[in-house]
Design a protein around this ligand. Sequence first.
Ligand code: NAD
Ligand code: GLY
Length: 374
Amino acid sequence: MNTQTLNLPTEQVDIALGERSYGIVIGAGVLDREASYVGLPAAACAVIVTNETVAPLYAQRLAAALTPRYPVIHTVVLPDGESYKTWESLNLIFDALLGHGCDRKTVLFALGGGVVGDMTGFAAASYMRGVPFVQVPTTLLAQVDSSVGGKTAINHPLGKNMIGAFYQPQRVICDLDTLKTLPMRELSAGLAEVIKYGPIADLAFLDWIEANIGALMAREPQALAHAVKRSCEIKALVVGQDERESGLRAILNFGHTFGHAIEAGMGYGHWLHGDAVGCGMVMAARLSQALGLVDQAFVERLTALIRQAGLPTVAPVLDVQDNVGRYLALMRIDKKSEAGEIKFVLIDGTGKAVVGGAPDDVVVAVIEASCAST
Ligand code: NAD
Ligand code: GLY
């Protein structure tokens, strides 16, 4: 693992949402820096929500940084993993908040990856009908995607992220140094969401990722810093125009229609979210090609990059009896579906994406080819 110290300037990306606007602070060591927390809502109590893996690494440091601002700091440690993104875990947060007598000014701090961030956000949205929260993402995936934009949720056995709310954080604090302790597989998972931004919004960024994939995999500080910043800029632009996904924001779901089906179909936690999105992007690109929107060269280029990022490009069989039927059934309960019609994010190879349906036989052919291909 690269243990180089990230000696980089602190940057801020702003997300413009009227009275719900906030800043995304990006830099090395920002977790410990008092300046990162200036201007956050005052309260008698702050609650750090984290998990059993991240707590021993970073919870004390966050508590130390918050001590000058909050007289009382509690920490809630959840079990680790996608399979714990459930009502039961959510209730552990509420149990702690109520047990400690936390009032409606209490500020929650989500310290961890996307699972902790999504659950803490949902807890903040609903505890006493809404308390402020701050995202302190510690995975690449959370820094480039899940901590930004206010989507919060838990999973349901029948579908991914099906129960949740749009609820924006007060701030996002991305400490690039925390990425040093991230397992390699999780780094790859985060790269899936970084790669996503290229074909849907910024071909120059796709070129840059291709040129720097080795540096990103080696956790070169400058490369990670640029990837996080550019990803946040693109996400901030999209969410700023369509906070509640009435249209444009759906492009951020490139690869996710297939990907969510893979995650739910395999059982949450078997494939990482990023693995499923990586493979899902290959499938969505193939579907775009089958619909005549993009050429084979672009699909091959994207597939090669996803493979280089250490992500799977061959889709898993979800059901040995009726694999295609299982994919279709799972995709029908995707949140983008309308009246049972499955919707996909399709790319055109010029850095633009659209949301649309596809004839069943074309989708079936893509699933069959993707599960069989090597
Ligand atoms: P995760 O939260 O499960 O974290 C991955 C693993 O890394 C966990 O084991 C975690 O404990 C560990 N970890 C976290 N930080 C670490 C660190 N610095 N060092 C060592 N280990 C660390 O997974 P994720 O990939 O961060 O997030 C995936 C989740 O995010 C999914 O549930 C997905 O649905 C959600 N998501 C939400 C949005 C959104 O807009 N809200 C967007 C994308 C993904
Ligand atoms: N990750 C998709 C979105 O935030 O809309």
